[in-house]
Design a binder for this molecule. Structure first.
Ligand code: TNX
Length: 488
């Protein structure tokens, strides 16, 4: 039990009502009030939110060591009010009750994350929080192609993303060094592309069967996280071409590659075999994925002639819509005429991009992932053993202190679908490596994506982040103890 301080007989919580990452939109503390969890505390709920209530009860039990359960007549009450907006919630904490109202079960679930962050020593600080996200898309990306991560490792990663209200996990499933998702009609993709010796330096073999992928999708969905699968094309396809030489320009076999060069491989834009392959893969991935998005890559096609790149994308961009999916592509795709509804993901460090600006002007939405701010594979500082530095060094303040609506000329607030922090895995070998590069920068990006711009403040974030350290310690999460933060 944490130490309790008392002033004039009132127990002071170790947390203030605003001590949450990402910081909520509206915080109205009542500093004279706290709610104390006791052994008879129960969580009551409406039937639609039973699973969410169960998670809150389990989370509070684990945190306090008290047997918090769900049940009628509880002093913690969950309900729904669709008028709030799907991802919004309202939390009221008085001495006698905690009332959490969500716009949907998802909004309630984000409210649960707030309650779990606020709990300290069995005490919740009094007052009212009214919260909703700035952007609907708040993403993290994990590269399974350069190094494969198992179902359990992906689940462990999702567990650590959820407290920060991240609602999309983009999986980069294919690249030159490996192919990580089983496509039943094309078994060699994973037999060879996921087999021994694949990944950077041959150190990251493995693949997800369709059943394993479904397990990841279901686990994420239970936590209101959508999986965004990426099949990178027409470049980054050496692993596919090793497995099926018919996918090369001359039909000749190519050698497997485990180095980190980019831009040398390309599906040929002329042959029908290319499009039969692409359609097969997209149909399969769409069938396996309940969420709305399918990412088709499109980046770094340095060996694809511009006319071929255009011809390829003109054929391929309409395919996902046939299977009910909205296309996301890296912003290079904005060099061609895009169908409606295609989402452009900006990733370069440069200060402007004509294609992305044009796509935004034409009403398409943009996901911001500028490499010099949110690439979690960049080193924190010159001494960071893992990671790359081509987009610069990215400390915690650098990941925090920018705004997505100011990042690219012509791409303002209304054009943004959201923000995503990619983690490329060329230098990573374990889930500890993943966590060390992700934390504590991902919470900074999550706050950029969720919180109102006016509510963000580096000194406050730094304090709140320091207070989070003990939670990662307790959970065994290998985060980087950045010297920018006064860790507890
Ligand atoms: C660029 S970002 C890439 C990846 C690399 C990454 C390394 C993007 C769309 N392409 O292929 O893994 O840099 O930081």
């Amino acid at each position: 039990m944490a130490k309790q301080f008392r002033v004039l007989g009132v127990p002071l919580p170790t947390k203030q009502l605003g001590d949450v990452i990402p910081v909520p939109a509206v915080v109205r503390p009542v500093t004279t009030t706290t709610f104390t969890i006791v052994s008879s505390t129960r969580v009551s709920t409406v039937p639609e939110a039973e699973a969410v209530a169960g998670r809150l009860a389990a989370g509070l039990s684990t945190a306090t060591g008290l047997p918090v359960t769900t049940g009628d007549g509880g002093s913690i009450r969950l309900s729904l009010d669709p008028g709030l907006g799907a991802e919004a919630y309202r939390l009221e904490i008085t001495a006698g009750a905690v009332t959490l109202t969500g716009g949907s079960p998802q909004g309630l679930f984000w409210g649960v994350q707030t309650v779990l962050q606020l709990e300290s020593g069995g005490v919740l600080p009094g007052g009212v929080i009214e919260d909703r996200p700035r952007f609907p898309y708040r993403g993290a990306m994990l590269d399974l192609a350069r190094h494969f991560f198992t179902v359990d490792e992906i689940k462990a990663h999702i567990d650590q993303l959820v407290p920060f209200k991240i609602n999309h996990l983009h999986l980069h499933l294919t690249d030159d060094q490996g192919w990580r998702l089983e496509i039943p009609g094309r078994p060699r993709l994973t037999e060879i592309g996921g087999g021994p010796g694949t990944g950077v330096d041959g150190a990251g073999p493995g693949f997800l069967t369709t059943a394993a992928y479904a397990e990841v999708v279901a686990y994420a969905a239970d936590r209101f996280v959508g999986i965004v699968p990426e099949i990178d094309m027409p470049g980054h396809v050496n692993a596919a071409q090793v497995a099926y030489p018919e996918l090369t320009a001359d039909g000749q076999p190519v050698a497997p590659r485990t180095d980190t060069a980019v831009g040398y491989s390309s599906l040929p834009a002329g042959p029908e075999t290319t499009y039969a392959f692409v359609e097969d893969v997209i149909r399969t991935v769409a069938d396996l994925t309940p969420g709305p998005y399918l990412h088709i890559g499109g980046d770094e096609c340095h060996s694809t002639p511009a006319a071929d790149y255009r011809a390829f994308l003109e054929r391929v961009l309409p395919i996902p819509a046939k299977y009910g999916k909205t296309v996301i592509g890296w912003h290079e795709i904005a060099a061609v005429d895009l169908p409606d509804h295609v989402v452009v993901q900006y990733w370069r460090p440069e200060a402007d991009d004509a294609g992305t600006a044009r796509a935004a002007a034409e009403g398409r939405r943009v996901i911001m992932s500028p490499a010099d701010r949110v690439y979690l594979d960049m080193k924190y500082d010159a001494d960071t053993p893992l990671g790359l530095d081509w987009a610069g060094l990215i400390g915690v303040e650098r990941a925090y202190d920018w705004d997505p609506a100011d990042r690219l000329p012509g791409v303002g607030e209304e054009s943004l679908l959201g923000v995503e922090a990619p983690l490329w895995s060329e230098t990573l070998r374990s889930v500890d490596d993943v966590h060390r590069m992700t934390f504590p920068r991902l919470p900074a990006v999550a706050e950029v994506a969720w919180s109102p711009r006016a509510a963000r403040d580096w000194p406050s974030f730094r304090e709140r982040l320091a207070a989070y350290g003990p939670r990662w310690d307790a959970a065994g999460v290998d985060y980087y103890r950045s010297p920018e933060i006064d860790w507890r």
